[in-house]
Ligand binder design. Structure first.
Ligand SMILES: [Zn+2]
Length: 463
């Protein structure tokens, strides 16, 4: 890497060719900044990337990390970097700070729980026990580095380097990052929400950038907006209820779960669906309502809607309570919301083990399902899924509500670009699988004739 010949360079250390593991390194002769620091969450080979020993930079040499939002695939690798020596500031919006803490603590305990289970099986085979990627103590050290900022305010982050957050309509606190560095303007979209998010302000569209780094999760898809999320959810709940089954919703526990609970509450209030008990099984569940109440300027929920987030919801945090819900003496029909959203780990696995084999039940997928995940297998109609080494037959109905996605679709992403008055010097597409990024590249070239590059993992782009 030549520091003399290249003034500024970009390197995508994740979310290139894949959706997870977002980490973009911006380097000049005197700055090293990381935009997002996410965990890889896709298939096994993708998750293995979390364990790479050698990074292309020394964590202690990194000046700062800027986070676009608190989803695990954008923040979940932070404790690893801190463990390896990073001690600079981590810039976030205030809701992102709170969400990240909840998400990282949950991640640490899921990893500890999963490693414990895995080690039991390893022990039986006489294999050495493994260590989790990080523990709670590493999360403590990470949280001490956070610096919170409001949106739309410039923050000086170094010599000739400043940036500001702009709302991106994806989850509570999510933001795009507008960054000025040595006379050049960069816009990192972060994850971009739909044009009209259910409970957030619409994504702020920016006007000027020399370099745009845009996500492309749904670059090749259009959400089915012909039926409102209210109507879709009503149909799914009623069909499941008539079959005598339960509804299982693998979900990001922050935000998506809140939207679903709000919709379910409203539907129950107007008697459009029966009054079924809702279980939000997530050790982070208890803190979520507080976040929505604390950060009122970051969402559009009314005070009543906000307070009602705990109405008719059983918040499960201990594993023992999960087992109680699974025991047969409880209500036969229920709605279960549990992580992880792509069914790669977490409590949802325990529910699926017991419930996925019964045709009366429904599994409802509401977020993006990365290639290779159990969620993707379910969504593409796999006859069985493997959990803890055992195959489980999928007899439950599997369905999806695209309009509940926190990500904008192709039309939303093109809409988000429309405000840029002039062509950027280069637009990079990241955070998308090959087809999604490739299709979006074509669409942008057709619409604007801008230079578009699909980001390649680890390749250095001199600017
Ligand atoms: Zn996200």
């Amino acid at each position: 890497m030549s520091k003399q010949t290249t003034a500024v360079q970009l390197q995508f250390l994740g979310a290139a060719g894949v959706v997870t593991g977002s980490k973009t390194l911006l380097q000049t002769h005197n700055h090293k900044i990381l935009i997002d620091c996410g965990l890889f969450q896709g298939n096994k080979s993708e998750r293995k990337l979390n364990k790479v020993k050698k990074l292309p930079f020394k964590p202690e040499e990194l000046d700062a990390i800027i986070l676009t939002h608190g989803h695990l695939d954008h923040c979940g690798y932070l404790p690893v970097l801190v463990k390896k020596g990073f001690s600079g500031p981590i810039y976030v919006t205030s809701p992102t700070c709170d969400i990240t803490e909840i998400v990282l603590r949950d991640s640490a305990s899921i990893q500890e729980e999963d490693t414990r289970e895995l080690n039991k099986r390893r022990e039986q085979k006489g294999k050495k026990p493994l260590k989790p990627l990080y523990r709670q103590k590493h999360v403590d050290r990470t949280m001490a580095l956070f610096q919170t900022h409001e949106d739309n305010l410039w923050i000086e982050a170094g010599d000739q380097l400043k940036f500001r957050f702009q709302k991106s309509g994806h989850i509570l606190g999510s933001a795009s990052v507008e960054l000025e560095c040595q006379g050049r303007t960069f816009v990192f979209s972060g994850d971009v929400g739909q044009q009209m998010p259910l409970i957030l302000d619409e994504p702020k569209r920016l006007k000027k950038a020399d370099y745009i780094i845009l996500e492309s999760t749904y670059g090749d898809k259009l959400h089915d907006n012909s039926v409102s999320p209210y109507q879709s959810l009503q149909n799914v709940v009623n069909t499941t209820f008539e079959k005598g089954g339960s509804l299982i919703i693998p979900s990001f526990a922050v935000e998506r779960a809140q939207e679903i609970i709000m919709l379910l509450n409203n539907l129950m209030d107007e008697k459009s669906i029966p009054n079924l008990p809702i279980y939000l099984d997530s050790p982070m569940g208890k803190n979520i309502t507080e976040l929505f109440q604390k950060h009122r300027s970051w969402h559009n929920l009314s005070e009543t809607e906000c307070d009602n987030l705990t109405q008719n919801v059983h918040l499960i945090s201990s594993f023992e309570d999960t087992l109680n819900v699974l025991r047969d003496d409880g209500p036969k029909q229920k709605i279960i919301i549990a992580g992880s959203g792509m069914v790669t780990g977490g409590r949802i696995l325990y529910y699926l083990k017991q419930l996925v084999g019964d045709e009366k039940n429904t599994v409802l997928l509401v977020g993006h399902q990365s290639a290779g995940t159990r969620g993707r297998k379910l969504s593409s109609g796999a006859p069985n899924i493997k959990i803890d080494g055992e195959a489980y037959e999928v007899k439950a109905e599997v369905t999806q509500i695209g309009s509940l996605s926190a990500h904008g679709d192709q039309a939303d992403l093109l809409w988000w670009l429309q405000e840029f008055a002039e062509a950027p010097k280069q637009l990079f597409l990241n955070h998308g699988e090959e087809d999604a990024a490739g299709t979006l590249k074509q669409k942008i070239e057709e619409a604007h004739n801008w230079p578009v590059t699909v980001a390649e993992m680890n390749r250095v782009y001199p600017l």
